[in-house]
Design a protein around this ligand. Structure first.
Ligand SMILES: [Zn+2]
Length: 318
């Protein structure tokens, strides 16, 4: 599946790094599996983007919690096989950090393995509709439409916080704000690991199509100022395993995007002129980040719409 042309066609998702729904690589894993704590693993998408995003899993005394399911179901099957090498315990839950298809595409693989699908309560309303918009709207490829319309619906909806117990191991599922309006982060307190989904991108320019950057900045500040932040390993939705300095960098990116967009608007710029005014300011600091040229110009437009009060966002479920 030619991902470069997909980007050009959809202009929506971080599929610059995704291989779509093509089979995973014949040799090796489509992700790097990294132990980030005792019984806690991050599955970091490879440089070719075959998985579409990051995922991970947590092993406790009584079972396994999977965090996110990639875009590519083949990658989800590969993750399931890796989990089975680590433990025979039941896979009790897959927790989606948000509705985007590059994090939910393989949910059914884990459901078929026995997992209950947990997501923010808005996800059930959005997963088969808003993903059409995310992947190109009316211009969506037929293969992607079929994938989106076949996505598994969550079994349980979270609107606040939820504690999952795997025997003595506590896994905290926390609502967060900024990326979509239906975001969860997953903490493993005894291991000082925080799975952030797309609330955090490490050295990758973020997709803010559904975002509320003002909320996002506050949430990221919260991650960076938590009491155990200095010893926490943060698992982003895209990019490698992060530490607190990476979290601060990402927050600074969002702040610069907001500040420079506001300044250019105050100087009277709009549309293409606004992008032309802001983009060099971002590029000077963050031009080396992956997907910068793809996402940064769009981010400026979305940021301006947010500041003008005209931003389109998914409507929360009633
Ligand atoms: Zn996302």
């Amino acid at each position: 599946m030619p991902t470069k042309s997909l980007i050009a066609a959809t202009g929506a998702l971080l599929l610059a790094l995704a291989a779509g729904i093509a089979p995973a690589r014949a040799q090796g894993l489509p992700f790097a599996l990294k132990a980030v704590g005792p019984g806690v693993y991050a599955a970091i998408d490879g440089p070719e983007g075959h998985s579409g995003s990051n995922a991970g899993f947590i092993v406790g005394e009584t079972g396994v919690v999977v965090v996110d399911a990639f875009f590519n179901p083949e990658a989800a099957r590969a993750l399931l096989a890796e989990i089975r090498k680590v433990t025979p315990l039941p896979i009790r839950y897959v927790v989606n950090t948000h509705y985007h298809a590059d994090h939910t595409g393989g949910d059914s693989v884990f459901r078929e393995a026995g997992a209950v699908i947990i997501a923010h309560r808005n996800v059930r309303a959005w997963i088969r509709t808003e993903n059409i918009n995310l992947l190109g709207g009316a211009a969506i490829r037929p293969a992607y439409r079929a994938l989106v319309e076949g996505l598994a619906l969550p079994d349980e909806g979270v609107s606040g916080d939820l504690t999952l117990w795997l025997g003595d191991r506590r896994v905290e599922v926390r609502s967060s704000k900024g990326h979509t309006g239906g975001d969860l982060v997953i903490a493993v307190p005894d291991a000082h690991v925080l799975f952030c989904g797309d609330m955090l991108w490490r050295r990758v320019s973020p997709n803010v199509i559904d975002g509320t950057v003002s909320d996002w900045i506050a949430s990221v500040r919260g991650f960076a100022t938590a009491p155990d932040a200095a010893e926490t390993r943060f698992i982003p939705g895209h990019g490698d395993v992060a530490d607190v300095s990476d979290v601060r960098d990402f927050g600074a990116y969002l702040q610069l995007l907001s500040k420079e967009t506001a300044a250019a608007r105050a100087a009277g710029a709009s549309g293409d002129a606004l992008v032309a005014a802001v983009l060099p300011k971002l590029r000077a600091v963050y031009g080396s980040w992956a997907a910068f040229d793809h996402f940064a110009p769009r981010e400026i437009g979305y940021m301006a719409a947010e500041q003008e009060g005209t931003k389109r966002r998914p409507v929360p479920a009633p």
